[in-house]
Design a protein around this ligand. Structure first.
Ligand code: ADP
Length: 217
């Protein structure tokens, strides 16, 4: 489903965040991306969803080389990806339900169908009964669940999460990992980055380890 072919990413200013990276991820796989802060994990995830473009090499998603897509094609492609990034972008002036509804309304869903799906996503992430609450009254772990509900509400085939458990206590972090696992179990391809490898150890999934922009081991 995802293939990196000799991918180098050099940011303006000349810093090479990724150097000749090669790997692939199959449809339905759950893969962890590990590595120290600054190793290039976020850059890999941004390249997968076309937020950044490679300086050289190709990033393939299914049969498409992302570097060749127009902005419109990239936005269409992103409608099939669920993205949980670190800067949440939760809308704090809207309640939980309104936050989860928004992506569906943007892609033109009928309000009633959107609401049905949003409530199902809210229930799935364990926030049932909190749909009228404002995000500020949710705990950190619940806010992360809200982000996940919003990322999966359009039922993407690919779910990407950048350090989803970074600011959570270990128990909450493990809960969040279980939630991602449950999406993997119903066939979603899942790619999660984390700098704490102990969170990944028990799952038996493949771990891609990045060090200074290259895969090690
Ligand atoms: P990680 O997610 O593993 O912490 P990143 O992919 O965020 O790593 O960053 C890898 C390297 O690229 C870091 O040294 C970072 O400072 C640099 N970098 C990331 N984004 C940018 C950017 N937009 N402009 C310049 N340098 C960047």
């Amino acid at each position: 489903m995802i293939r990196f072919e000799q991918v180098t990413k050099t940011y303006p200013g000349g810093f090479s965040a990724l150097k000749n990276l090669n790997f692939s991820i199959d449809t339905g796989e759950m893969v962890f991306l590990a590595g120290h802060s600054g190793a290039g994990k976020s850059t890999v995830l941004k390249l997968i969803c076309g937020i950044e473009k490679p300086t050289s090499g190709n990033v393939w998603l299914n049969t498409q080389s992302l570097g060749k897509l127009t902005d419109n094609q990239l936005s269409y492609m992103r409608q099939h990806i669920g993205i949980v990034f670190q800067d949440h972008k939760i809308l704090f002036d809207r309640n939980v339900l309104q936050n989860v509804l928004l992506p569906l309304l943007i892609i033109g869903f009928d309000k009633k169908e959107a609401e049905k799906r949003a409530l199902a996503a809210i229930e799935k992430v364990g926030l049932y009964g909190k749909e009228k609450m404002m995000p500020v009254s949710l705990s950190g772990g619940e806010q992360q669940r809200l982000c996940i509900a919003r990322a999966v509400v359009h039922r993407p085939g690919l779910l990407i999460a950048d350090e989803p458990s970074a600011n959570l206590d270990r128990a909450y972090a493990l809960d969040i990992m279980e939630l991602f696992k449950s999406f993997h179990q119903v066939g979603v391809t899942v790619v999660i980055s984390a700098h704490d490898e102990t969170l990944m150890a028990d799952y038996g999934h493949r771990i891609l380890r990045l060090q200074e922009g290259q895969l090690k081991g």
